[in-house]
Each structure stands twice: as structure tokens, then as C-alpha cells.
Ligand binder design. Structure first.
Ligand code: BGC
Length: 554
């Protein structure tokens, strides 16, 4: 497999331009501000950025309601600023992925405005209409408790329109060849401006059959995915699509494509939920089950592993009992929960700000099969503001320093209130203070990222589950090109002594701790003994540190 596949060993960092860094002092983050922070991001060691939507939008769903696919919202700058940014990123070797939100538009999009006001409009069939209210209009809502229906009556159109998400996000009729052609045009436009691919929003809904007659679970038209991929690859060989598709494991290959001809990457929502179950219960069985079920993927395809993102932590795939266990541990208060299925908090408050548990969680995520995705602020342990509605609580501005508004803006009116007080407030939690402290979370994470990039076995190799004899300890071994690493994580608060075999030929000899350089030799039976502290973790390489040398022995 060619090593050119950059996404196989990448570290992705996701951010919203509007809450990252404000350069012009109007209170809203912008591309110029982001450009100024590129060296910070390179210093952290991430290799790719994923930008959430920044196109013109009425901003009723954090930009996921686009009103013009070919522009930059003036709040964030101009197309010129965007290209200056992608150029600056490229100069530093950073890839840029952007959100591609084409399941729906904003209801303010000129396509919808024209479609609703004239039955003969050229874009009328770009949306999904029904003369009467379909009988199943109240099923399939994505935001229960906030959104009531998936079909809303539009007086101007004299018809109901379909919207999988909020009523101000009319679904595009993606089966329409003209809409499909427009999606390709949008991709081509941004590729031309310097991006390396897309995080495709809501993929199962993009490719689902839509219409008043459609009932039950979405029926996907997978051919569309192949069409997107072919077009993209033709325009730019190393561009990728990272799919947001919270589907069941039996469908994974439908999305990747048996012949690796559909999505390059997918977020692993299964493992994400298993991971939080493991952290909540200090048991590994459920997580192991998720890892096993999502093991299969074409060699060039890749999972994206993550802890938290800009949405709620969706626990909808766990059983009711499992979900309750995670709620009890991390979101017991109903106000911390959302849509009846998830938790809306950021990770550090969920883990009571406990540094040992944070390190464990990030270390675990970095050593799961796939490519890690961090969210801005994770690197400094930012908290949330539960007074803000729905998912907004975890979208507060980046905390750069202890200056007013956390150094995010010079304006006294920031676009969203930074966290000003309490243990997660910017006077305590900010990037500037942590840069000067060698033991800060920021500097620890920088070291872990450096380490992760030097362990390509995780991104490229196959994993084997090691028997550790302890239900609280996850042991994974990765192998790739004659090299092997062993990663061990103790999910419990109590220390534990484990004995384990690496299962490598000849038992692999001594293990070397990649973080400390300490050696752990095998006993006569070839097994290793290890005392893991509460929430302790180890990354070992089998057979010494000379992996660069060994890597040439392909
Ligand atoms: C995004 C959400 C958004 C929704 C509608 C999602 O899957 O992650 O933030 O609200 O799509 O676009």
C-alpha cells in the first residue's frame, strides 16, 4: 500500500472559524485570525484541519444552514482571505478539509426562495414536496424535543416540504441529476481553492430516497457515493471524503465500498459510544465488541476516531441500560442530556477535570485503529457553558490567554460568550499559560501527537486484542511492516498488576516504553508483568526503538 495515503497516519483538528480567533476586532473569529494561529497548530503537531461550515448562512444551525455554497460568510472574511489561508496552510504542510453540507440548504437559499414562490421555478424539483401532509410526517426527526416534524407546510409553495433536520433546512432532492451535478460543482469549486477534501455532512440522508411515499428507515442509493468519489479523484488525486454516517457495522462496507470506491474515511460512531461506555464503567467488553464489529474495511479506507465533537455525544446505539450507565457517570443532570440520546458536555467536565482521566481518554483515542480527530480546545482541556442552549454549550470561543475575552477578540461583544469564570474559565484554562508549563495538558498532548505520528502501525496496521486477564485493562497490539506496538490502558481508578504475552513470534523480546524509554523484559515463559497505576497507560514498541531502521525492511 502506498504511503502517499496521507489520511492513514494523520492527526485531524476540527474548528469553527467564527469561534477560533478574531483578527479584526469585530467579535467574530475570521480567516485572518485563523491564519495567524497556523503556527500554533503546526507546533501542536496536527497535520490536517477540518473547518466547520463558513459559507454565507443565517446561522440558525451554526452554519449547517448554507445560503450560498460558493462564498465565505462576510463575518469571516472574503474568498481572498480564504485562499490566503489555504495557501498559508499548504506552505506549512497542513491539509484542509471543509464541511460539505448538501443534504439540505437554508430556507433562505435563493434556490429554495425561487422554488417555493413559483411551481415552474427551475429549482422547484431541487426540493422534496407533497401536496398533502404525509401520514408519517412526525417520524424520523433528528432533534426530538426541539423539532416536531419532518414535513412543514409552506404557504407560498402551497405544499409541504421535507426536512430531515430543522424546518429551516429544506432537504435537497438529491436524486435529481441537476442537484447531483451541482454537488459536484461545489466540490470542484473548493478543491480549486486549495482544500484537500470534505467532511460530508449527514451522508445516509444525502443518499436516502426521499419523498412523501417513503416510509421507514432510509433506503440509500450508494451509487451516488461512487460518483462523488470518482469526480473528486479525477479533479485531485489525493483529496478525500470523510463521511459523517452513524450507521450499523453491517453497513460499513456499503459506505467504504467493497472495492474502496466510495468514502475514504468514516467517523467511527460505534467505537465512540463503546469508548464512553468503557470510560464510564471501567470495563472493556463493550468497546472490544465495537472494535471487532468495525474491524473490516478496505485496506485504503480509514476510520476517524474521536472523543467529542461539535454535536452531542450520541449514545443512541447503546442499549438503554448501557446508556443509563454513561448518563449516570458523565451526564446525570437532565440539563446535561440532549435529544433523549446524548450528552452535550465537553469532555473535561465529564471527567471532573481529572488530569489522569483526561490523559487516559486521549491516549486511548490516539491508539484506536484509525486516525484521531481532536476538537479545538481539547488540547487545553476547555469546559462548557450549560446555560447556552442545545449544543451551543460546547462551542464557546477558544481560550488563548487570560486577557479579556480569553484573548479571542478585542471586542467587548464576542459572538459567543467565552467561559469567563469557574475552574474552566479562561483565567485558568488557556493556551498561553499552558505553553509555559512543561507539564501542562497542552505540552503533554503535543508529546502524544508527536508519538502517535511516529507509530504508523496504528494507522496502517492490523490490531490484535491482548489477553490481560483484567476486565478494566484494554490491551491492543498493532503490526505493520515488521514492526509492532503494544498499547495498554487501565480504565479503573485502582492500580492493577497484569501479566500478558505479546503473542509476537519468539515472544518479541523486551518491550520499550515509547514515552519513558523504560524497558520491560519478558520472563522465562515469555510473558511481561506490569503494574499499571489507576487510569495508567503504556505505549510499547516491541524489539527496541529502531523502528525507522526496521521500517526499511519492507
Ligand atoms: C451536523 C450537525 C447539524 C446537522 C444538520 C449534522 O450531522 O454535525 O451539527 O446540525 O448535521 O446539518
Amino acid at each position: 500500500m502506498i504511503e502517499d495515503l496521507w489520511y492513514k497516519n494523520a492527526v485531524i483538528y476540527c474548528l469553527s472559524v467564527g469561534t477560533f480567533m478574531d483578527a479584526n476586532g469585530d467579535g467574530i473569529g475570521d480567516f485572518s485570525g485563523l491564519e495567524r494561529r497556523l503556527d500554533y497548530l503546526v507546533g501542536l503537531g496536527v497535520t490536517a484541519l477540518w473547518l466547520m461550515p463558513f459559507q454565507p448562512s443565517p446561522m440558525r444551525d451554526n452554519g449547517y444552514d448554507v445560503s450560498d455554497y460558493y462564498g465565505v460568510d462576510p463575518r469571516y472574511g472574503t474568498l481572498g482571505d480564504f485562499v490566503a489561508f489555504t495557501h498559508a496552510a499548504k506552505q506549512r504542510g497542513l491539509k484542509v478539509l471543509i464541511d460539505l453540507v448538501v443534504n439540505h440548504t437554508s430556507d433562505r437559499h435563493p434556490w429554495f426562495q425561487s422554488a417555493r414562490s413559483d411551481p415552474d421555478s427551475p429549482t422547484r424539483d431541487w426540493y422534496v414536496w407533497s401536496k398533502t401532509k404525509p401520514p408519517h410526517a412526525d417520524s424520523g426527526v433528528v432533534f426530538p424535543g426541539v423539532q416536531k416534524t419532518t414535513w412543514t407546510y409552506d404557504r407560498a409553495a402551497r405544499a409541504y416540504y421535507f426536512h430531515r433536520f430543522y424546518d429551516f433546512q429544506p432537504d435537497l432532492n438529491t436524486a435529481n441529476p441537476r442537484v447531483q451535478a451541482e454537488i459536484l460543482k461545489i466540490m470542484g469549486f473548493w478543491i480549486q481553492l486549495g482544500v484537500s477534501g470534505f467532511r460530508m455532512d449527514a451522508v445516509p440522508f444525502v443518499i436516502a430516497e426521499k419523498g412523501p411515499e417513503v416510509t421507514g428507515a432510509p433506503v440509500e442509493q450508494f451509487g451516488m457515493l461512487r460518483q462523488f468519489r470518482e469526480f473528486l479523484q479525477w479533479r485531485q488525486g489525493d483529496a478525500i471524503i470523510l463521511a459523517e454516517a452513524n450507521v450499523l457495522p453491517r453497513q460499513d462496507l456499503d459506505y467504504f465500498g467493497e472495492d474502496a470506491d466510495r468514502m475514504h474515511m468514516m467517523f467511527n460512531f460505534q467505537v465512540n459510544q463503546g469508548l464512553f461506555h468503557a470510560l464510564a464503567t471501567a470495563t472493556t467488553e463493550r468497546l472490544l465488541d465495537c472494535l471487532e464489529k468495525t474491524r473490516a474495511r478496505p485496506a485504503s479506507a480509514q476510520w476517524a476516531q474521536f472523543l467529542r465533537n461539535h454535536d452531542e455525544l450520541d449514545l443512541g446505539r447503546l442499549s438503554a441500560e448501557e446508556r443509563e450507565a454513561v448518563f449516570a457517570a458523565f451526564g446525570p443532570d437532565p440539563d446535561m442530556q440532549l435529544y433523549g440520546r446524548g450528552i452535550r458536555r465537553r469532555l473535561p467536565p465529564m471527567l471532573s477535570g481529572d488530569r489522569r482521566r483526561l490523559e487516559l481518554a486521549y491516549s486511548l483515542m490516539f491508539t484506536l485503529p484509525g486516525t484521531p480527530v481532536l476538537r479545538y480546545g481539547d488540547e487545553i482541556g476547555m469546559g462548557d457553558d450549560l446555560r447556552l442552549p442545545e449544543r451551543e454549550c460546547a462551542r464557546t470561543p477558544m481560550q488563548w490567554s487570560d486577557e479579556p475575552e480569553g484573548g479571542f477578540t478585542k471586542s467587548a461583544r464576542p459572538v459567543a460568550p467565552p467561559i469567563r469564570s469557574g475552574p474552566y474559565g479562561y483565567p485558568h484554562v488557556n493556551a498561553a499559560v499552558q505553553r509555559h508549563d512543561p507539564n501542562s495538558l497542552l505540552n503533554w498532548l503535543e508529546r502524544i501527537i508527536r508519538m502517535r505520528k511516529e507509530v504508523p502501525e496504528i494507522g496502517w496496521g492490523d490490531f490484535t486484542v491482548l489477553r490481560t486477564g483484567a476486565e478494566s485493562v484494554l490491551g491492543l497490539r498493532y503490526e505493520w511492516r515488521n514492526n509492532a506496538v503494544v498499547c495498554l490502558h487501565n480504565l479503573a481508578a485502582e492500580p492493577i498488576e497484569i501479566r500478558f504475552a505479546t503473542g509476537l513470534p519468539g515472544e518479541g523480546g523486551a518491550l520499550t516504553d515509547l514515552l519513558t524509554g523504560e524497558r520491560n523484559p519478558p520472563d522465562e515463559s515469555g510473558r511481561h508483568t506490569l503494574l499499571l497505576e489507576g487510569y495508567g497507560y503504556r505505549w510499547y514498541r516491541a524489539g527496541g526503538l529502531d523502528y525507522l531502521l526496521k521500517r526499511s525492511e519492507v
